[in-house]
Design a protein around this ligand. Sequence first.
Ligand code: UDP
Length: 242
Amino acid sequence: MSLEKVEILGVNVNSLTMAEAVETVKNFIEKGERKLIATANAEMIMRATYDVELKTILNAADLVVPDGAGTVWAAGYLGHPMPERVAGYDLSQELMRLAPSKKYKLYFFGSAPGVADLAKAKAEKWYPGIDIVGTRNGFFSAEDEQSIIADIKAKRPDILLVALGVPKQEKWLYAHLDELNVPVSIGVGGSFDVMAGVMKRAPLWMQKAKLEWLYRGLKQPSRIGRLMALPKFVFKVMGSKK
Ligand code: UDP
């Protein structure tokens, strides 16, 4: 499958459906190489405009899915309509759904102490037979790093989900990709929090109305500043149109 990319503010984002994203991950796992997947929403792309390291990583990633209404809007506005939004949360759930029949092993790394374990328990309930071979919370010091990497290597997951927030998760994964030797690694932001029920996703009607960003902003007032990334993103994309 050849994957088309759309450049949004200097970040190359794949244009594809959820089904194609899942298919791509399946191929990655079969190949067994070390693939990095990022989920680009407007906030991440905005950040990449001033965080050169993040931008370099995103453009080096093997797959960058259009996470969020803002990204899909930008692609359409720039003349390259995308088929649909592929949210990181949804992609990770699709992969978990597939995991028992494909015998994919997963590892959950990140979020506050206890949250990845709660997410694991939820996954085991929702996707019977799923094999989550390890969990580790995302609060660690430099000295802990080697033992975290050693644990992931020893457990040999096929899919490593990392929830350290943007851009920490992308930078951490990129720095350790070779050492980890995991076929597919994905930065998943607040996904374990959502699975564990620590943080709720927007109601379906809001997701459908493309208002998930607003819900998140209102639920976590500390994110209000981050919410401003969206209008800034819209203006910047408009200004970037040739
Ligand atoms: N987190 C972590 N280690 C850190 C900083 C954050 O494990 O040093 C976790 C945090 O507990 C949360 C996730 O990273 O589960 C970030 O979630 P957020 O919704 O902020 O993700 P983003 O929008 O940045 O992708």
